[in-house]
Design a protein around this ligand. Structure first.
Ligand code: COA
Length: 390
């Protein structure tokens, strides 16, 4: 069925279909959050971007301070049942994906908060309540991630540091002293991952919201969607692939094998950006800067050479440019983070975009319910069980 062409009114994967409207993000010309060019936003902080996404305008210094404190407070006051639940899960299935742990944590947080969604239509007061839930979720999911990492490494979960979110999360995930260059690079990845219009996970969140369900349910669905390797899971696969290639002389034969087997190369191509992903260009500079930092191990320089070679060959042979996951995976690796937290970090960042979309959908809702093109059996007569031959 997959290889048969679409009928004129059907688009596989909804490619090219405008499925709704948003004031949060646009990809026309370049990527903009609420009208601001992403190339400018990376000069600020993740908290500034999250505030912009959720509240629609850039914060003043006082507003930013209060917002950052609210997120930190949420991270510091994770309901005790969440670490207890995660501790039991870490014991029962320590190899489980960290994405599963986050999905479960968000779902449990919704149940604990008895979140049954807002009364429709959503008025200004309900909007504010939902935005407060969104702010809490950003802090809570970051704390849940750090808790899971501690638990699966046989450590007692530490308390949340009194630092901006990027520095706090990096220090909880990796430990040791965090330099300002490292915190800045990590912060940039969070800003770039924060929002991206009607991607698969955001669309999943909006679809759930459109039924009148609550924000926790919507975000739980979004985490499930982000786990997939064609979406958020790609950043983990990028590093696994680079590890699999291993050395510079293996790049060409490895790529030939992948393409011959019609396997996709992770970190390349994009449904919307056919001329290249502006976020990948911005982060590539950050990645180069970080690798050049004094004391960065030679193995990182070698990995970069290998990555450059693969990037050149992908352009030459497939005409494909990298997407954001390509440099993001290498930045996380250079920061000393384990592969298993790459996509969960994406969750922490994208929580701001998802929840902004949930609030927007609640405020201008119509049930999302598309049609399908039927390609199954022609109408046929039903026969009773006893009449069917074996
Ligand atoms: N490696 C190899 N070939 C790729 C490719 C990749 N990363 N991405 C796309 N292609 C090929 C497709 O197989 C297709 O080839 P064909 O015409 O011979 O069948 C052609 O390029 C066109 O791609 P298309 O099917 O239009 O892409 P899409 O819009 O359906 O898919 C992605 C977009 C992101 C799912 C796809 O590029 C992909 O799987 N990339 C790798 C995963 C990834 O990095 N995901 C993160 C996205 S931000």
């Amino acid at each position: 069925m997959a290889s048969t062409p679409d009928s004129p009114s059907t688009s596989r994967g909804l490619a090219g279909v405008t499925a709704g409207r948003t004031a949060i993000c646009s990809l026309e010309g370049t990527l903009r959050y609420r009208g601001y060019d992403i190339a400018d936003l990376v000069a600020g902080s993740f908290e500034e971007t999250a505030y912009l996404l959720l509240r629609g305008s850039l914060p003043t210094a006082t507003e930013l301070d209060a917002f950052s404190n609210r997120i930190r407070k949420a991270a510091r006051s994770l309901p005790p049942l969440i670490p207890e639940l995660l501790a039991r899960l870490a014991k029962a299935a320590p190899q489980a994906s960290t994405m599963d742990a986050l999905r479960t944590a968000v779902s449990a947080l919704g149940q604990l908060a008895v979140d049954n969604g807002p009364q429709m239509p959503v008025d200004q007061l309900a909007r504010e309540t939902q935005t407060t839930i969104a702010e809490q979720l950003i802090g809570q999911v970051a704390a849940a991630l750090a808790t899971w990492v501690d638990l699966t490494n046989d450590r007692t979960p530490a308390s949340w540091p009194e630092q901006p979110l990027a520095a706090a999360l990096l220090s909880r995930l990796r430990g040791g002293a965090i330099s300002s260059a490292e915190a800045e690079a990590f912060d940039t990845t969070l800003i770039l991952y924060a929002e991206h219009e009607f991607n698969a996970s955001t669309f999943a969140a909006r679809t759930v919201t459109s039924t009148g369900a609550d924000m926790h349910s919507a975000v739980t669905a979004a985490i499930g969607a982000l786990k997939g390797p064609l979406h958020g899971g790609a950043n983990e696969k990028v590093l696994q692939q680079l590890g699999e290639i291993g050395s510079l002389d293996r790049v060409e034969p490895w790529l030939a094998e992948q393409l011959a087997a019609r396997r996709v190369v992770m970190g390349f191509g994009h449904r919307v950006y056919k001329q290249g992903d502006v976020r990948a260009v911005l982060l590539a500079d950050v990645c180069r800067g970080l690798i050049r930092t004094d004391g960065m191990a030679e193995s990182h320089q070698q990995l970069e050479q290998l990555a450059d070679r693969l990037e050149g060959l992908m352009l030459e042979q497939k005409g494909l440019k990298p997407n954001l996951d390509w440099p993001a995976a290498r930045v996380y690796h250079a920061l000393g983070l384990p592969i298993s937290v790459f996509t969960p970090i994406f969750v922490v960042a994208r929580m701001s975009g998802w929840t902004a979309h949930v609030v927007e959908q609640m405020g201008d809702n119509r049930l999302i319910r598309p049609l399908s093109e039927y390609r199954g059996a022609a109408p046929r007569a039903y026969s009773m069980l006893a009449e069917r031959s074996t």
